[in-house]
Design a protein around this ligand. Structure first.
Ligand code: SAJ
Length: 441
């Protein structure tokens, strides 16, 4: 059991199962907070790199941050390390499958490797952090415990503490963000809140149950998806009235409780475009309506199609034959400053351009150009090729700083589409670009 005094003395061994985007910073954070930390992963590459104190992730924040100390251990073998743990935190992926249905196999497999190897004399606490729908922790793990003759609250204690951090933003990492934690047992939730307060300075609130904590996380991201969908739909409506969505949103944002979001070519990442499907699935199973959540998800998922349609229409107004025209996509990562391409809207955009007969090239300063994608050829510089159309998909600082005058000389048609509304329209038109953008008439 994790009594407050044990937490204060740092006399706890904390296991982290899954050393990816969330698990690695969490492991390093609890190590830095003074605990014994054991990291477990199924990837030999990750574990071998960590054993050599190399950063296994593509986030440079962890360069030179990998500990080399007796308080830090990493392993591929659950049987070697799980028995040593007092608290086990599970940070494994919870993706959706091709039909956008939740894939809980990683959560289940993590449970199996934990429950087959834990030391019940320690009455360990098992905390799921991965984003799920309300009920997953018990639905997936209780049957596994029963199969092994174990009971929650007796041999082990289950809990849920949603992962929260912002990839690529060191101000909003696991050591800074506020957290919530729920457990089957109120005392356990309180003690876990105390434990997580050694990790983050952002504050930790215990909530009344595992399910409340599970629901809070998926609701946070559903709200974000809905807000983005609203401005994306406005970006399709207002230009039909001759209005620029950015000008209207700026005006509306002068209202004290208007929350400003930005329209774009689409919503990428492993959170926002994925998490709503978890709540949609659970609500549908429960026979509850999901009209708003699912239609907002469709608006965002269809944004690359809408944007491609607009760009193709504009091109057809400029030239007779669009077949074989060259499009240069600037930015492939799903958001600025990182190399993560999961669910990137640039991919469907490039596929639609291909079907329209365009030849598609892409440049992203954070992504090596040896990507073997069907729908786009990666180049190592935006000046490597002549183009006809340039589409800004990701507002990387390096893309904003491009020499647009020099790039204009490489563009035969000179059509520029600002997919994130981050460029200076007047300046670009003065140097000869035909400037168009999402939400612009
Ligand atoms: N996006 C828009 N318009 C907006 C905001 C975002 O089109 O106004 C797009 C981005 O371009 C990107 C996608 O949505 O393609 C997601 O952007 P994001 O800023 O939400 O970034 P994420 O996916 O890294 O979200 C993370 C999430 N963190 C976790 O789930 C742990 C999310 O909960 C956070 O709210 C978000 O960071 C944040 O606040 O930055």
């Amino acid at each position: 059991m994790i009594e407050p005094s044990i937490i204060d003395n740092r006399d706890l061994t904390i296991g982290i199962v899954g050393l990816g985007y969330v698990g690695l910073p969490t492991a390093i954070g609890f190590y830095e907070a003074g605990f014994r930390v054991i990291g477990l992963d199924i990837s030999e590459d990750v574990i071998n790199k960590l054993k050599r104190q190399e950063n296994p992730s593509d986030d440079p924040t962890f360069n030179d941050q990998i500990p080399n100390c007796t308080r830090w251990e990493v392993s591929l073998e659950p049987s070697d390390v799980i028995p040593k743990c007092d608290v086990i935190i599970v940070t494994v992926p919870t993706p959706v499958d091709s039909g956008n249905l939740p894939n809980l196999s990683y959560v289940k497999n993590a449970g199996i490797s934990i429950f087959d190897n834990l030391d019940i004399m320690k009455q360990p606490i098992i905390v799921l952090e991965s984003t799920v729908y309300p009920g997953v922790t018990r639905e997936v793990w209780l049957p596994l415990l029963e199969e092994r003759g174990m009971e929650d609250g007796k041999h082990i204690h289950l809990a849920y503490c949603p992962e929260r951090f912002v990839p690529g933003n060191p101000e909003l990492g696991v050591r800074q963000v506020p957290r919530v934690v729920g457990a089957s047992n109120e005392k356990i939730a309180e003690h876990l809140a105390q434990l997580y307060r050694t990790l983050t300075e952002g504050g930790v609130i215990p909530v009344s149950s595992i399910e409340v904590a599970e629901a809070s996380k998926v609701v946070e991201n559903v709200q974000r998806d809905l807000n983005i969908a609203l401005v994306n739909e406005l970006a399709l409506i207002l230009p039909e009235m001759g209005l620029d969505v950015e000008e209207v949103l700026d005006a509306a944002a002068t209202k004290w409780n208007f929350h400003r979001y930005s329209p774009g070519i689409g919503v990428g990442g492993h959170c926002i475009p994925v998490d709503p499907y978890y709540l949609i699935q659970k609500a549908t199973d429960a026979g509850a309506p999901v009209d708003l959540i699912s239609s907002a998800r469709m608006v965002n998922a269809n944004m690359p199609i809408q944007v491609a349609k607009k760009i193709i229409q504009t091109t057809e107004n400029l030239t007779e034959n669009i077949d074989g025209l060259r499009v240069l996509i600037l930015g492939w990562a799903y958001k600025p400053g990182i190399s993560d391409t999961r669910e990137t809207p640039a991919l469907p955009l490039s596929e639609i351009f291909n079907r329209a007969g365009f030849e598609v090239f892409a440049w992203d300063p954070y992504i090596s150009n040896n990507q073997n994608l069907e729908s786009a050829t990666f180049v190592s510089s935006p000046f490597d090729i002549d183009n006809d159309i340039v589409v800004l998909c990701t507002a990387h600082p390096e893309i904003l700083q491009i020499d647009w005058q020099k790039l204009r000389k490489k563009s035969n048609l000179g059509l520029l589409y600002d997919g994130r509304r981050v460029l200076n329209e007047k300046k670009l038109e003065q140097i000869g670009w035909i400037f168009t953008a999402v939400g612009k008439p």
